[in-house]
Design a protein around this ligand. Sequence first.
Ligand code: FAD
Length: 475
Amino acid sequence: MNIRSAKEFDAASSAEALGALRSGLSGAVLLPGEPGYDDARAVWNAMIDRRPALIVQPQGAADVIAAVNFARDHGLPVAIKGGGHNVAGHGVCDGGLMIDLCRMRAVRVDPAARRAHVEGGATWGDVDRETQAHGLATPGGLISDTGVAGLTLAGGIGWLRSRYGLCVDNVVSFDVVTAAGERVTASAGSHPDLYWALRGGGGNFGVVVGFEFALHPVGPTVMFAAPIYPVTAGPGPIRFWRDFLADKQGKIGSLVEFSTVARTPDYPEKFWGQRCYTIAAVWAGDAGEGERVMQPLRDQGGLVTDFSGQMAYCDVQKLFDALMPKGDYRCYWKCHYMADLPDAMIDIALENGAAAPSDNTLSSLWNMGAATMAVPAEATAIGDRSMGWMYSIDSVWPDPADDEANIGWTRKAWEETRKFSQEGRLYLNFAGHGEDGEALVKDAYGKNYARLAAIKARYDPQNMFRFNQNIRPAG
Ligand SMILES: Cc1cc2nc3c(=O)[nH]c(=O)nc-3n(C[C@H](O)[C@H](O)[C@H](O)COP(=O)(O)OP(=O)(O)OC[C@H]3O[C@@H](n4cnc5c(N)ncnc54)[C@H](O)[C@@H]3O)c2cc1C
């Protein structure tokens, strides 16, 4: 059966099949109007308000297979919600079948083998908590309630990227339910084409019910540097940061984040409401050494304040959570990968940081680091790793009346900085709301797009999994 338009499913005429689905599951089926339906369809970005025809909350892989088979038999496209943080709202759809993995968050650590087995609905907080119980970690994101799945499948950029690479570089195997309802292991030795595609190809290839991550000794105490400079300090501290990192590419995970000083007692009152930037950096090795080596980042002029210190890795992983509460804000994010970080780009980033229409907006210059850049272009779907830097513009605002101003400003800032990008390459988790269409996805994958489209045709010929940065099946 062809996967049809998501709007066409009629629950009333499919009551018998729905009953069979419900009674066969360990988890739940939620229809519009039923308790839990609205909670399940809510996602992090308050701009997204979509209504799936039905929501399945699987309890395990067998439930996922049943949901995928039901969708295929009824011609329904499938949205997969991991952590629900996708800014474009790809975890939820209008009309189709949504698989909400919120009941599948288990994490099992094998400390001797240095492996973590993580269910497809886990968050980074779930993973860090279990792995740090053994003094181990795998690179995750910067916010603890972001989903492991969506973040990892598009690449995954966190504090450990300089030393241990992107999240995908640490996936040893994926446990996947394909569009055919088959459960397969994708690894170097099993379905290697799928293993390659899943490392960067997003949610296009099936429902990942389990990840096997390689673990590394980290912490439990690490050094976190976070001196905050007023934008009036100018570009000097940022240029210093860029040059300082040149011979420490394998050791420090770092970004400069432009924001607004909060009106709270954590900051001197004279700076409240002013624009600022934080030179945020994590030294993943010995914390004492990190404190000594990173001290110069904190000595580049008058500070608003300085949140630096040795702290538990799990705490570092939650430090930015309060800036990004779920469902409170509207957001639109864009980015570019860049080979270099010239002074002119720093100047523009500084101007943009000062001019953002919303005080909630964050924009950042990310250093990608040695381990991320060391992966050969052909090794993963992400492709060429020569990008040393990324500029992300993460617009966040509370009021729907300000949508146009904030989206317009973000796009203008993105267009103006395009000249610094690497031929349109970008991180697909910070790519707007889909309005740039297939062209943006093709630019992001470059030469790898054709190979991804061929693998998509093999594993999802009907494009059942289309609520993502969609790769159309070849042919
Ligand atoms: C507050 C916040 C902070 C962030 N910080 C970072 C950061 O530090 N580093 C970084 O790299 N990114 C970061 N991001 C971006 C983030 O990686 C993406 O938004 C990502 O899509 C979120 O994954 P999720 O599982 O929470 O999203 P969801 O909305 O649940 O899903 C996103 C996409 O992944 C697919 N998907 C989800 N689960 C599965 C699964 N089990 N199997 C197959 N496909 C699946 C979905 O189909 C969808 O297309 C952040 C986003 C937010 C909102």
